[in-house]
Structures are given as C-alpha cells and as structure tokens.
Design a protein around this ligand. Structure first.
Ligand code: NDP
Length: 328
C-alpha cells in the first residue's frame, strides 16, 4: 500500500513512518501546513513528494493517508482524503468534538474507503490476552477495570497539548480517549455514564493536566481511570477484576512493546508470557485486513467517535460537577 503522511509530526517520524516501512508499505508523500517543513521532512525521511497543498496528493499514486496533524485539522484532511477515494488512518482524538468525528466516519463510509483510528494500545499483547480471557469467561462475572495512565509528558511534546484548547490540548482528549478504546476493546462495550474531576498541577496553562474518572458500563461493571501529564514516577497499569480471577497488566499502556501480565486466582499469582510485538505495525497490518474486508482488530472510525464521546463526557462531568451520560 502507498501512503501519504498528512502532518510532519513527531508521532509520524518516531513510530508510524518506520512501522509503515517495516510492514513493507511505501510512503510516497508528505503534506504539512508549512511547505518548507514538508520539504525538510521529506528529505530527512527519503520521501519523494512534499507539499503544503493537500490537493497535490491526488497525483502521487497513493492508496491511503495517515493523518497526524494537530486535532482540529483532522476533520478537513480526512474529508479531503475520503473525497479522493483514499483510505484513512487518523490519529486520536479524531477531532475536538464528537459531531466532527461523526462526520469523518460517515464521510469515509459514504466514500467506501476504510477508516481507522490509531488506538495502538489495543494491539498490545497484554490487551489481546486479557480480551481472550474475558471472552472465554475465565475471570467469571466482571466487577471492575482500573486504568492508571498517568505519565510525564516528555519535554519535546510540551507544546500545544498544554496551552492550546483549540488544537485539542489537555490530558483528557490526549489520554482518556486511549483508555476508552482499551475498555471498548476489552469489553466490546463502552461506558454509558461518567463521573469525573480534573485538576491542574501547573504544567498545563488554562486547562487540565490531571484527571480521574469513574465510568459505568450498561451491565454495572465499574471502570476507574487516572490520566495525567505530570507524574514522572507513577507507572502505568491496566487491571481487570472478575469474581473468579483478576488480570493485572503492568507497564502495558506505553507506545513500545512493553509490559508484564499477571493472573491472580485461587491457585495463586502467576505471570503470563506475552508475545511482544510493535503495536503500530500490528495496527497497520490490521488496517490492511480491514481494507481487504477480513476480520481484524482495527479501531475503526466509529470506535474513534466513541472514544472521543467518552473523553468529552469526562470533561463535561468535571465542568458540571455531576454524573453525565455518554452521548455519541
Ligand atoms: P507534533 O506537535 O509533533 O505535530 C503536530 C503538528 O505540529 C504537525 O503536524 C506539524 O504541523 C506541527 N509541527 C510539528 N513540528 C513542528 C515544528 N518544529 N514547528 C512547527 N510546527 C511543527 O504532534 P504529535 O506527533 O505529538 O501528535 C500529532 C497527533 O498524533 C495528535 O493527534 C496526537 O494526539 C496524536 N498522537 C498519537 C499517538 C498514538 O500513539 N496514537 C502518540 C502521539 C501523538 P503540519 O501538519 O503543518 O506539518
């Protein structure tokens, strides 16, 4: 498959461009809001075409685009790609509001192109093992999930995420969407209501850099999540607790193929072997499966709409000081 990168971004250069090439695909062009940056990015990464005009990609022989600009630009870029008949893998959050995300998923559906949301964490082998065990009923009736996803935002990413609400800054849109997708993937369902509080530790300006929330599933299962930008030593974890067993993933909410998985039950605690692999490469392989109509684990466009709806509910609950219904 031939790809155009829309957005000369850090995530494109650090993870996704190498993953595209690792699975045997090609990158034929890059689009940036700044022509000089597009050209420099293309030269640095050996990409043939570069432009600041999105219409130019029509002539580059591409099959798909990877959208990793700041979040307020995702909608127009996705709509343009869909109108050209190109498949779209878009970064999370899909947009800064749910209505825009819906328009994106619908436009891709109407154009008959595949749309994916780059929720890479569901491709972590710990998530996959947990999902298998949950589906097989091994944990017994589920009681709760706990996600601890508070990190230290690296210096080189301390830009728009901390001071630009119009670009979709703030820790909730950045990280709660991933948590919502992990829950949706594990349980095949999304929360119906949310109670949340947010805080500011002084890292972000005029918006939240710390947030905790409790989500209720339709069947009564409770989910607790903590997402933060300013906890260098907290560590990340994902736990699923059932009446017959618990599964505890430590370090499984990173970008790299990290983490350990433990199972606790009446027989005691034991570690479960993980088949570690690059999460972004698996996402791209499953994008291919989706394009060819085969069963796949890709977070599609609608999964991106739903994860954004949960994050928006977190923000709404925190601002209103009450429990809110998730609307998507
Ligand atoms: P960056 O800040 O690196 O890039 C975002 C945009 O900023 C780029 O598209 C580019 O605009 C512009 N930009 C980049 N570098 C410069 C520069 N030196 N000077 C001026 N402008 C610059 O963002 P991220 O890579 O961190 O995030 C991009 C998207 O990817 C977001 O939607 C984010 O939420 C998502 N993301 C997803 C991750 C995942 O694992 N799924 C992880 C990290 C981010 P232009 O488009 O005009 O080139």
């Amino acid at each position: 498959m031939k790809w155009v990168l829309i957005g000369a971004s850090n995530i494109a250069q650090q993870w996704v461009a190498p993953a595209i090439r690792a699975i045997g695909d090609d990158i034929v062009g890059v689009i940036s809001g700044d022509g000089a940056r597009a050209k420099a990015f293309a030269e640095q990464h050996g990409i043939a075409h570069a432009s600041d005009a999105i219409e130019d990609m029509r002539h580059w022989g591409a099959d798909a685009v990877y959208v990793s600009s700041t979040n307020e630009k995702h909608e127009s870029q996705t709509l343009a790609a869909a109108a050209m008949g190109l498949h779209v893998l878009c970064e999370k959050p899909l947009a800064t509001d749910v209505a825009a995300a819906r328009r994106m998923a619908q436009a891709c559906e109407d154009a008959g192109v595949t749309m994916g949301t780059n929720h890479h964490l569901r491709h972590n082998s710990a998530h996959l093992k947990m999902r298998e065990a949950i589906r097989a009923g091994e944990l017994g009736p589920l009681v709760a999930l706990r996600l601890t996803h508070s990190v230290y935002l690296p210096k080189h990413l301390q830009g728009w995420r901390l001071d630009n609400p119009a670009a979709g800054g703030g820790v909730v849109l950045d990280i709660a969407v991933h948590n919502a997708d992990s829950v949706g993937f594990l349980l095949d369902a999304y929360p119906v209501s949310v109670t949340a509080m947010v805080g500011n530790t002084g890292m972000a300006k005029g918006m939240e850099d710390n947030a905790m929330s409790i989500w209720q599933m339709a069947n009564g299962v409770l989910v607790s999540t903590h997402q933060g930008f300013n906890t260098p030593y907290a560590g990340v974890s994902l736990e699923v607790h059932g009446q017959h067993a618990s599964m505890l993933g430590k370090g499984v909410l990173h970008q790299g193929p990290d983490g350990q998985l433990w199972r606790n039950d009446a027989q005691g605690a034991r570690q479960i072997a993980l088949d570690q692999h690059n999460l972004y490469e698996r996402c791209l392989r499953h994008f291919h499966l989706a394009v060819s109509g085969q069963p796949n684990d890709l977070a599609d466009g609608w999964a991106g709409v739903r994860s954004l709806a949960v994050a928006q509910a977190v923000l709404k609950s925190a601002s209103q000081g009450c429990t809110v219904t998730v609307e998507w």
